[in-house]
Structure formats: C-alpha cells, structure tokens
Design a protein around this ligand. Sequence first.
Ligand SMILES: C[S@@+](CC[C@H](N)C(=O)[O-])C[C@H]1O[C@@H](n2cnc3c(N)ncnc32)[C@H](O)[C@@H]1O
Length: 266
Amino acid sequence: MDSEWIPPEVDSQRPSVARVYDFLLGGAHNFASDRDLATGLLRVEPQARELAQANRAFLRRAVRTLAEAGIRQFVDIGSGIPTQGNVHEVAQGVNPDARVVYVDNDDVAVAHSRTILAGDERTAVLQADMRRPADILTAPELKKLVDLAEPVAFLLVAALHLVKPAEDPGGIVAALRDAAVPGSHVVVSHLTHEAQPGKTAAIGKLYDRATSPAVSRSHAEILRFFDGWELLDPGLVYVPLWRPDEGDAVDDPERFLVFGGVGRLP
Ligand SMILES: C[S@@+](CC[C@H](N)C(=O)[O-])C[C@H]1O[C@@H](n2cnc3c(N)ncnc32)[C@H](O)[C@@H]1O
C-alpha cells in the first residue's frame, strides 16, 4: 500500500482512536494495532460501522443546518482522518466562502488533513490538544481564518467522550463558550451508557489501550456540556433522531449508543 501518508513520528503499535475510526468508516489510514482493536470492538458491538456512519451523518446534517442559518466559520475539534463529506465540503456546498479549521492531536489525522487541504485558502489544520482549549483559541492558524467577533460553530463530534472526568471536559466547552459571541453554536455528539451499559463498559475497557479513553456518559451529564447554550430542537437525542433527512430510517434509535445535540449562544 502507498505509505506516503505515514508521518515519521507515528506510533503504529498503540491503537489510535482516529485510525480505528478511519478503519470503521472504510478508510485505509490504519495499522494492524488499530484493526485489532476495531475487531474487538466489532465483537462487542457488531453495528460499530453503522454507528460511525450515523455519527458522520449527524455531523453533516448539523453543519448543513448551521451553514444554511448563516454560520460561515467552523472549528472542527477532534476532526479525525478526512473521509467523505468533510466539514468544509458540506459547509462550502452551502456557502462557498465558509471557512473551516480542523483541529486534532493525532499525527496521521493531521498529516493526512494537511495533504488533502494543501493550497485551500479557506481551510486550515491545527495540531492541538482539545484539553487545552486556550491553545486552540489563540493559535495563529485559527486567527488567520476565524474572527471570534463573529458567530462561529465549534464542533466536538465524537470528541468529548475521549476526555476523562478528571481532565474537565465541561471546562473545554465552557472555554469555547466564553470566547464566542451570541449567535455562535456548539455541536456535540457523545457515547452514552443509557441504553446498553454493559456494551459501553466493554467498549471503555477496549479503549484503555488506545491513545484516548472512551468515557460514556448519561443523558444528564452530556446535557450539562450545554450549560449557557440554548439547545436547538429536537434537543439532545440519539443521533439518527437529530433532524433526519426525508427517507432516513430512525427505527430503534437507542441502539446507536450516541447522543447528539446543537447549542446556540443566546
Ligand atoms: C472518533 S474521532 C471523531 C472524528 C470526527 N469528529 C467525527 O465525528 O467523525 C475522534 C477524534 O478526536 C481526536 N482526539 C482524541 N483526543 C484528542 C485530544 N485530546 N485533542 C484533540 N483531538 C483529539 C482523535 O485523534 C480522533 O481523530
């Protein structure tokens, strides 16, 4: 396989959440250690691929909704390895002037994002750790494209469940909120143990050896991340239920294990 996408500093032995997710979405930017973890995950949750797809579909619907509402700047935190229907493609499909900053701490995600976005003046890639939101908010890459005096959408999609309670995930969202002007938005999706606690506990155990943990949370705990934001309809719901497109199947939504919601800063 073409190996140009492999950055020299990468640790291929330790499973990376970005590369496991890439594998689930059918991508080729992953190593044996990642596929091994993904195989374990598929044993615990045979629908893991469908879950990842449903999460991506939620992300695309939320970005399209916000772009249609006039949001022109997006900061995608924990953006992952580029796949189909990336945030800039969706946002610029609505508004060609939309600007997107991708933020991730994974070497492969950052290197591959830089490769495919090279020369695109309306996007930037920032390697940073979401547990230090001030680093993101003050980064030159962000400042070049995003004016925080104008409404912005921060995306934390399948991201906050990679942050342990002791690392203060709520503080991340609060720091973004405090830096944003009214009319800004936050998009969150998050693993939950509400419907199938045994399954999410087993998933958490599997991710103990990965680059980030998988911390599931209750509906009430995830709702608290929206403190100070007004939740848009239909609230914090299983991702397939968030403004499904016509014809989307929404049977048995709790099997998706992931809640999604969008908040607006009043
Ligand atoms: C499950 S993927 C989600 C990708 C995309 N947001 C989506 O929902 O399709 C989570 C991403 O978060 C990144 N990540 C994990 N911990 C991080 C951290 N502390 N700071 C920044 N990114 C992180 C991982 O590298 C991975 O690319």
